[in-house]
Write a protein that binds this ligand. Structure first.
Ligand code: KG4
Ligand code: ZN
Length: 330
């Protein structure tokens, strides 16, 4: 089965083609990071316009690289939400037009299902599994007892972890997106700054707004005293506290649900500190982490999720499919 997939929920325009929900034949990602950098974050209106400029070219490039005639494509999958509505609509409409013109069935896919299924690229998932979803918009612990069955055990009560990373980076003037820069500096520093307790007790829920505000206040206080912030130590302290809570709760969920596999998903899954801690501390189940190139937004993961969704639910979408900025994962 050949799937063509489209992702445009935020600031990456991406089209991919895969075979049998495993093999990636092409995965073209056009990033807008350079466009948004000067504003310190994604500007939704500009993002939509950039998607419109790039989408046709990205489609053509993905078809060219995969060397697949359009007639061989069995399914079109597209991110229907959640995300920036203007951005989503460009991908959804491009996918609908392609599916309609070539008479191919269409499925709308949840963006987070895509991140989760980035772990199924060239690998089999084993159930029950626990997935830690850590992205710019989401922080969730999910239990999967079978394919395409998502039970949310807990989630963030306020900021997503990627959002907190980006805010910390901005506070110390590190640019956008800050996550990878904080990660790099954290490796060079020592966790010398005290951080607040962010454990939220015995629940599987998270909260990152407190530690974010703590870092902002700390930096302001240091500046008021005319002292210098030791940036790499600050990054190390923040990263240590955040990765501790992510790994602790994951370990507890693995134990409580007798998981066979643990996977991570989303942009922050690229975090080296998090990967190291998982490697050291989660040793009694099979651990799968996505390849770096499939951690941040890309269409390949949407196609793999679309493949399993179609196999499990057997339901396709029609030409009334629409984007949704907010959408539950079910
Ligand atoms: O999943 P993603 O590409 O987009 C969303 O769906 O949100 O995640 C983007 C987020 C950004 O907040 C970015 O700073 C963060 O992932 N990120 C990282 C790292 N690489 C990307 N955060 C921490 N460490 C990293 N290495
Ligand atoms: Zn994402």
């Amino acid at each position: 089965m050949i799937v063509l997939s489209v992702e445009s929920s935020c600031d990456e325009t991406s089209v991919s083609i895969q075979r049998d929900g495993k093999v990636i034949l092409s995965n073209v990602v056009l990033s807008q990071i350079d466009v948004h950098k000067q504003y310190g974050g994604v500007v939704p209106e500009i993002a939509s316009r950039e998607h419109i400029k790039g989408i046709t070219m990205v489609f053509e490039e993905a078809l060219e690289q995969a060397q697949i005639p359009k007639d061989d494509i069995d399914l079109v999958a597209v991110t229907k939400g959640p995300g920036l509505i203007g951005s989503l609509l460009v991908g959804v409409n491009a996918a609908k037009a392609f599916a309609f013109a070539n008479q191919i069935p269409l499925v709308g896919v949840h963006h987070i299902a895509g991140h989760i299924y980035s772990n199924a690229i060239e690998r089999d998932l084993a159930f029950p599994l626990i997935c830690l979803v850590v992205s710019g918009g989401h922080t969730e612990l999910i239990l999967m007892e079978e394919h395409y069955d998502f039970q949310k055990l807990g989630e963030t009560m306020d900021d997503a972890v990627g959002e907190a990373y980006d805010k910390v980076a901005r506070t110390v003037g590190l640019g956008y997106p800050g996550g990878p820069i904080v990660d790099q500096l954290a490796i060079e520093g020592q966790p010398t700054y005290p951080m607040p307790d962010i454990s939220m007790g015995d629940t599987f829920d998270f909260s990152f707004s407190g530690i974010k505000s703590h870092v902002i206040n700390l930096v302001h206080n240091i500046h008021q005293r005319n002292e210098e912030v030791h940036v790499s130590n600050l990054c190390a302290s923040f990263q240590e506290a955040v990765t501790d809570v992510l790994v602790d709760k994951s370990k507890r969920a693995i134990e409580q649900y007798d998981a066979k596999m643990f996977i991570i998903a989303g942009g922050v899954a690229a975090n080296k500190g998090l990967r190291k801690k998982i490697d050291e501390q989660i040793t009694d189940v099979e651990v799968v982490v996505p390849q770096f190139k499939y951690c941040t937004d890309n269409a390949a993961m949407i196609g793999i999720a679309g493949y399993y969704q179609y196999k499990k639910i057997q339901k396709t979408d029609d030409m009334t499919l629409n984007g949704a900025s907010r959408l539950r994962l079910e």
